[in-house]
Design a protein around this ligand. Structure first.
Ligand code: 13P
Length: 342
């Protein structure tokens, strides 16, 4: 397996592949299970994730890496095989979410700061032993009246940079994720507001990464797409999303970064796929553009599985379809009729 930071980062954004974000905290996956009437037990969470990681062909052809949660990286499959080994056997790199979630930012109503730096060096050492070769830290930027504040952008960018430097020191590739929310509340912003806030945020993130001496060749950026807020009356077309996203990224993301892997952020499965495909169809980009989707890769599979052992094949089939569609999108080759054919 690749072992330098640069090799691991390149492997994470290999052509036609992307990242499966399966790192929902227990609270988050419980919310998703609750909606489907699935009991959120440790075994059910394991069975669900094992179903995805054992979707052999889909994993091998479309998934370069899997982001795990602390509980999952320590779990074994039903037959006793560590889940990490199942992921590696599929040719994917195991990764780990290391932030400890968001807390209210003092004196900044509606804004948050991501916590988890205390003791991070020691936790990274443990995760390395458990097999993780990349990590993820998500910062959240909300758009609203008078926000984001400079304080919020600066504090979150600084934390991302401190996290990224610690990861690289420990031989782990950092996924740097500053997420400008599309589904927050209030979220009435239009696409141009999102473009401006995303650009301002990414500029600050790269300035902080530089101060912290993070090597750009050994990281992956995980941004939001430039998109109108879900409650905005004017929703942009997929082509407009693709063009505005690429324009912002070109203005602020150095070419030394090997790859950009988007979050789906509440977009529909199909929207997330189509937008990515149209961006890649623009061509001539200095970095790889791929997916690091949670909901947009998993929602159909979780629905089909619904917590029943008898539905594992159906769940894997639904996952394989989304994985295949997004693999095509990573090459700019997705077509709408491929969705109908399935
Ligand atoms: P979504 O694709 O569901 O936004 O999740 C990706 C992720 O990892 C968010 O941190």
């Amino acid at each position: 397996m690749a072992e330098t930071l640069e090799d691991i980062a390149r492997q994470m954004v290999a052509p036609g592949k992307g990242i499966l974000a399966a790192d929902e905290s227990t609270a988050t996956i419980t919310k998703r299970f609750d909606k489907l009437g699935i009991a959120s037990t440790e075994d059910n969470r394991r069975d669900y994730r094992e179903m995805l990681f054992r979707a052999g062909d889909a994993m091998k052809s479309a998934i370069s890496g899997v982001i795990l949660y602390d509980e999952t990286i320590r779990q074994k499959g039903k037959d006793g095989t560590p889940l990490v080994d199942i992921i590696k056997a599929a040719g994917a790199v195991p990764g780990i979410k290391v932030d400890k979630g968001t807390k209210a930012l003092p004196f900044s109503p509606g804004e948050s700061i991501t916590e988890g730096l205390d003791g991070l060096r020691e936790r990274l050492k443990d995760y390395y032993v458990l097999g993780a070769r990349f990590a993820k830290w998500r910062a959240v930027i909300a758009i609203g009246a008078g926000i984001p504040s400079d304080n919020c952008i600066h504090a979150n960018a600084n934390a991302l940079a401190r996290y990224a430097a610690l990861c690289q020191e420990q031989g782990i590739v950092p996924i740097v994720e500053p997420e400008v929310l599309m589904d927050g509340d209030p979220a009435t912003h239009d696409i141009d507001t999102c473009a401006a806030v995303t650009e301002r945020t990414l500029k600050e993130v790269f300035a902080e990464l530089k101060i912290a001496k993070v090597r750009l060749e050994g990281m992956v950026l995980k941004p939001n797409m430039v998109i109108a807020g879900q409650k905005c009356a004017r929703q942009a077309s997929a082509q407009e999303v693709a063009e505005k996203t690429v324009k912002v990224l070109k203005a602020v993301v150095p070419a030394a970064v090997p790859g950009i892997a988007f979050l789906s952020g509440g977009q529909s499965d199909r929207q997330a796929t189509e937008n990515l495909s149209l961006m890649n169809a623009i061509g001539g980009l200095p970095w790889k553009l791929t997916f690091s989707y949670g909901r947009a890769l998993q929602a159909a599979a979780m629905n089909a599985w619904a917590g029943k052992a008898g539905n594992v094949a159906a769940g894997q089939k639904a996952f394989a379809h989304r994985a295949a569609m997004n693999s095509l999108a990573a090459g700019g080759k997705w077509k709408a009729d491929l969705e109908k054919a399935a």
